[in-house]
Design a protein around this ligand. Structure first.
Ligand code: SAM
Length: 309
């Protein structure tokens, strides 16, 4: 075996999953690196994952597997709703969440609110493969604002709210969008039978943070369901939590999910179908046990949850 397989010289990116474990990836080239008003931003090309967006040292998504994350975030909640027309996305800077929402033929209006104008400019220029034209769709309105402040200000109602925010990092821009007070605001902005979903961090190296987010959503919504999927870019199974004022996502059969997909979604999905829908919500026993742990309390503005817990 040649030395090139043993050690590789060049640029390496280290992502701290926790203070005690890191993932190291080889970078082929750095396309952009800078600091905005809110966070550090980089677009790099990894040897194994292709182009990727990194914020505050955390990989947000990569071309290798972004479809797994974005299809898992968007479609379970959209398919569970009987007929979502008006959708709000908070975060989602890459534009890939908007892209997946806009594939739903019944959607009339999407409002996307991201705090960081600079992230949007950078991804449009260096990572257009993520949005695939979503920013130019006439149904999309982009607002630059803090997602919570936006929701506190508007009186509009949405059928589905999708929270595609950065992880709740201490000192970061998003941790106040993972609290009880915030989910109450989201609930009050949903139309009858509406649903919300949030990305909910790692079910491996931040399991208690994931459980805290679940407990927080469950304390506000009559129906709360947690699920996860393995995302290679995040080096972990990744969690999501749905809060619903109406239908329960776990009541849909695979055939019903497949029927809705073919009736409503343009183009071919790469990851999600009726069987994956069922698989996503099938959590292992040790995760369920933590979700049920009574010592894990909902996060509040005065006692928020931070990752890693
Ligand atoms: N896949 C993701 C992950 O790994 O955490 C999330 C991706 S997306 C790039 C996260 C977006 O949330 C970023 O574009 C960031 O600017 C935005 N964001 C962070 N805090 C926010 C806030 N308070 N309001 C609106 N957008 C926010």
């Amino acid at each position: 075996m040649g030395m090139e397989y043993v050690s590789k010289e060049g640029t390496w990116f280290i992502e701290f999953n926790t203070p005690f474990s890191w993932h190291v990836r080889a970078i082929r080239r750095v396309l952009y690196s800078g600091v905005t008003k809110y966070q550090r931003v980089a677009v790099v090309e990894f040897e194994d994952l292709g182009k990727a967006l990194i914020l505050d040292g955390k990989v947000q998504s990569s071309l290798y597997d972004e479809f797994i994350y974005h299809e898992s975030l968007v479609h379970p909640v959209m398919i569970t709703h009987p007929n979502p027309k008006k959708v709000l996305i908070l975060g989602g800077g890459e534009g890939a969440t908007a892209r997946e929402v806009l594939r739903h033929r019944g959607v009339r209006e999407v409002v996307m609110v991201d705090i960081d104008e600079e992230v949007i400019r950078v991804v449009k220029e260096y990572l257009p493969e993520m949005s695939q034209g979503a920013f130019d769709d006439p149904r999309l309105r982009l607002v630059i604002d803090d997602g919570r402040k936006f929701l506190e200000r508007v009186n509009d109602k949405y059928d589905v709210v999708i929270l595609d925010l950065t992880d709740p990092l201490e000192g970061g821009p998003s941790y106040l969008l993972y609290t009880l007070e915030f989910y109450r605001i989201v609930r009050d902005r949903l139309s009858d039978g509406g649903l919300m979903v949030t990305q909910a961090t790692s079910t491996y190296y931040a399991l208690r943070t994931f459980a805290t987010i679940y407990k927080t959503v469950a304390s506000v919504f009559p129906v709360a369901k947690a699920y996860h999927v393995y995302v290679p870019s995040f080096d972990s199974t990744w969690g999501f939590v749905i809060g619903s004022l109406g239908p329960d996502p776990t009541s849909l059969t695979p055939d019903e999910v497949n029927r809705r997909i073919s009736e409503r979604i343009n183009g071919e999905l790469r990851f999600y179908d009726g069987y994956m829908h069922r698989a996503l919500f099938t959590l292992p026993k040790h995760v369920v046990r933590v979700l049920e742990d009574p010592s894990i309390r909902p996060a509040t503005d005065s006692n928020p949850t931070f990752m890693p817990a």
